[in-house]
Ligand binder design. Structure first.
Ligand SMILES: [Zn+2]
Length: 343
């Protein structure tokens, strides 16, 4: 009987791994090493192998499957990274990013364990479905992860499809070739600011970390007497999202207004997602979800204006519960699905 799997979160800075049981409980602390993402595939592969070996050793058990969360366009059926802009190496003057890298087979060959993998934001949603607010039984969950960029994931259940679908639990929408679930590029204003993807007015352009920080700096300069500005000792370059939250908790109108503005745009995006997927849960993940009531009040208020009422009635919009280690948990959730399918 399978008692444990490995969850791996491969990031542009670090690779993290641990061993988890079926309830999503960590059987040992997370092991972390630099991923050396800019030094080429072979070196990054060795960093992954090292991290997973140490994680297995620390847990004292023999896991059955490795599940890996990778930032990029992942073809999970082939275990291939189709494109990952954070990884690569210098060839002459040019940084060549990973394209069509057979990462799954490479890790499998080195560690002699089956490997499954997926996009990190997609898998964060799957992890949250099984080990967080979804409890493994919500009738559908859509998640937005707010951070440097905005990632997303859609977990569908048999309650949301019509026809001969008998599966239990949640399955991940990955699309043709693994590219689905790019919820951060939901357009909320077609004439809005330019997004990193080249389009205009994506929710990522409004609610990614840097945009929030820029907005907060501007507001702090414009309101020198605000608590937000006072907390920076008149140096708005010190502003972080956590500082905005701290000021908002103290009732600072400037800080509350910042979360309100971000929340209105997020609310439009969430309303679109509710209208498309009719999920039981929309989870907001990432560190920015810690902003709490000032952000969520604006999301709720806006969603009421843009989502279809009967769909909204069935839906809860909540912060994700597993804000830390979302990638590791997502890898583990996928690994559990694979382990159970093999039985
Ligand atoms: Zn975009």
């Amino acid at each position: 009987m399978v008692t444990a799997v490995v969850g791996v979160d491969l990031g542009g800075t670090n690779v993290r791994a641990t061993v988890l049981n079926r309830a999503g409980e960590l059987l040992a602390p997370v092991v972390q090493h630099p991923s050396r993402a800019q030094e080429g595939f072979k070196i990054t592969l060795e960093q992954i192998v090292l991290t997973v070996r140490e994680a297995i050793e620390a847990s004292g058990v023999a896991p059955a499957v490795i599940g890996m969360a990778v930032p990029g366009h992942i073809d999970s059926s082939r275990g291939v990274v189709r494109w990952a802009p954070n990884f690569g190496e210098m060839r002459g003057e040019i940084f060549e990013v990973w394209r069509e890298v057979p990462l799954g087979d490479a890790v499998q060959a080195r560690l002699q364990l089956p490997v499954v993998m997926g996009n990190d934001a997609n898998l964060a949603a799957l992890g949250e479905y099984y080990f967080g607010v979804g409890r493994g039984q919500a009738r559908g969950l859509v998640m937005l992860t707010l951070g440097t960029g905005i990632g997303g994931g859609v977990v569908l259940t048999r309650h949301q499809v019509q026809g001969n679908a008998h599966w239990e639990g949640g399955v991940l929408l990955v699309g043709l070739g693994g590219g689905a679930g790019e919820l951060g590029h939901t357009v909320v204003n077609f004439a809005g600011p330019r997004c990193g993807c080249g389009a205009r007015g994506c929710i990522e352009a409004y609610a990614r970390r840097d945009t929030i920080v820029e907005l907060a700096r501007e507001e702090a300069r414009r309101n020198p007497d605000s608590l937000l500005n006072t907390l920076t000792a008149d140096d708005p370059s010190k502003i972080t999202p956590a500082l905005v939250s701290h000021a908002a908790e103290q009732g600072d109108p400037t800080a509350i207004a910042i979360w309100h503005e971000v929340g209105v745009y997020l609310g439009v995006a969430v309303a679109n997602l509710i209208n498309i997927f009719n999920p039981e849960i929309v989870a907001i993940g990432g560190q920015i979800a810690k902003a709490g009531a000032p952000l969520f009040d604006a999301i709720h208020k806006t969603v009421r204006d843009y989502a279809l009422p009967t769909l909204l009635q069935d839906c809860r919009i909540v912060p994700a519960e597993r804000l830390e280690d979302a990638g590791v948990l997502g890898g583990a959730a996928l690994a559990w699905q694979a382990a159970e399918a093999r039985r």
